[in-house]
Design a protein around this ligand. Sequence first.
Ligand code: GLC
Length: 636
Amino acid sequence: MAKLSFLSMGMILFLCCCSAAAAARTAPAGQGYSKYKDPGQPVNARIRDLMQRMTLQEKIGQMTQLDRASVTPEILRDYSIGSVLSGGGSVPFPKAKARDWIDMVNSYQNGSLSSRLGIPIIYGIDAVHGHNNVYQATIFPHNVGLGATRDPDLVKRIGAATALEVRATGINYVFAPCIAVCRDPRWGRCYESYSEDPSVVQSMTSIISGLQGEIPAGGRKGAPYLGGNDKVLACAKHYVGDGGTARGINENNTVADWHEMLSIHMPGYYKAIIEGVSTIMVSYSSWNGVKMHANRFLVTDFLKNTLKFRGFVISDWEGIDKITTPADANYTYSVQMGIGAGIDMVMVPYNHTVFIDTLTRLVKADVIPMSRIDDAIERILRVKFMTGLFEKPLGDQTFLSQLGSQEHRDLAREAVRKSLVLLKNGHKADPPVLPLAKNASKILVAGTHANNLGYQCGGWTITWQGGSGNNLTSGTTILGAISKAVDLDTEVVFSENPDPDFVRSHNFSYAIVVVGELPYAETAGDSTNLTLAEPGGDIIQKVCGAVKCVVVVVSGRPVTIEPRVDQMDALVAAWLPGSQGEGVADVLFGDYGFTGKLPRTWFKTVDQLPMNVGDPHYDPLFPFGFGLTTEPTGGQ
Ligand code: GLC
């Protein structure tokens, strides 16, 4: 009997398990099993199951992205908001640590998970040269410097390192890379562009595989991809032609025929889609007078239907509002045109109720068809299911040690070395000046940018516009790197703006003069004269008139330097090197050779602009691709 009873108990237990599983699979919604929550189901089945459960308000909520400063977990819960972002400088509090970021992101995520359907948010941030909003993150060279390296593998490794630092803070989505093709250096965002040459920009989309992970062999090219919880969703931006506006005026009009658009501004997007980029951000700019945020032909007909982009399209910050001039002149019209053009998610980013109510009205009035909303939701959910967030929605401390790690700083130092471009090395008949001797008895370091970490990082660093000084974040200034590189008994004298008598009286072996541009971002960086920040020009004249000098220019783009070149013994373009100034010393003192090549034409005067490689009247100071080389000497 006992034996029988044992078997029957086992059978009962087995039958209970089967029936419970069967019940879960067939239980009506809301009572246990939900197909969309089952990771064993195909993504398309999960998308279909979830979409049929969603109300119109929940769908429109998923199309809404809000800045962290404008939301609470309750808003995320009640409106089923799709995404939260940190705009430039939007941090939990100044100098917040990784744990603080994780706690903040998780508090928002828990709000979303407590919504009716529990759809997790994705949290976006501009990690455009490392995790640059975050205190003590590794700050890599800005894109213009990476373009000078001509090294797609390096850039891919930078993407992987950046993904780890972003994940260290519990974030899973970055608004990078910017694949603009800057055609006029007067544009305030030219340093966010890898090059004026579309083929260089195209090669640098390798960063997407670093950020998101490599699509595995046999994987579907062109479909959005995310390769694990050490990777982040990427965003190719700003679609399309952002770098081609008239006179480089930010957010202005790009006048170009279809061939120019396809051959200059579009190639980066072909490659980004092949790399599996998950999202694409629309540009504020216009093409031949039509706002990109309202351009159905380019966003839907071409990007979605011709290029078969299957991720989601996101607006820029208040990009919908700026469809009209002035912005917000007719918000209903703006929402109708933006969503109608094919934008799937809107970076509102403040007033969610106005956006949600406006779009709801347009759908209910059948001005915006439900099919457009469903296209947006299918794309957003496809990306979200792919991230694994439904299974593992909360950030944890797995990658905490990655933020600002020495390994990443060494990688940034390598990138700095490879990004520097040697433009002059001694006067014509004279012997080369570089590499410099480490065992000189006394050297002078001068200039506004020698001892300023904020200046060498540039815009989009800790704050939107970047900042000044050595307390902004962690890193090594160029002065600090020089002091570490030279021999112990070499005296290093620093004077930011010395007078010639001082220079002459000290019998310096040589001087290193570090000057450049002050930090800026977006429209604040638009310039008509592209001059060095004062008193950079005077410092060059005074110091180089008194002693042998190497001038290092820290700038986001070529600047007006031609009148001073004859005064210099050597000239180096350092771009915006970021936190690891050691990379500058590495090549100045010969531990490594100079290898960088100009990613942009260096003009003589601004009235030549725009002037790009291949133009008929091409008369640069230094041409695109120019860069002198030196052999490593081991820094003797
Ligand atoms: C900005 C920029 C865009 C950035 C976004 C979020 O205005 O145009 O590049 O990703 O807003 O910060």
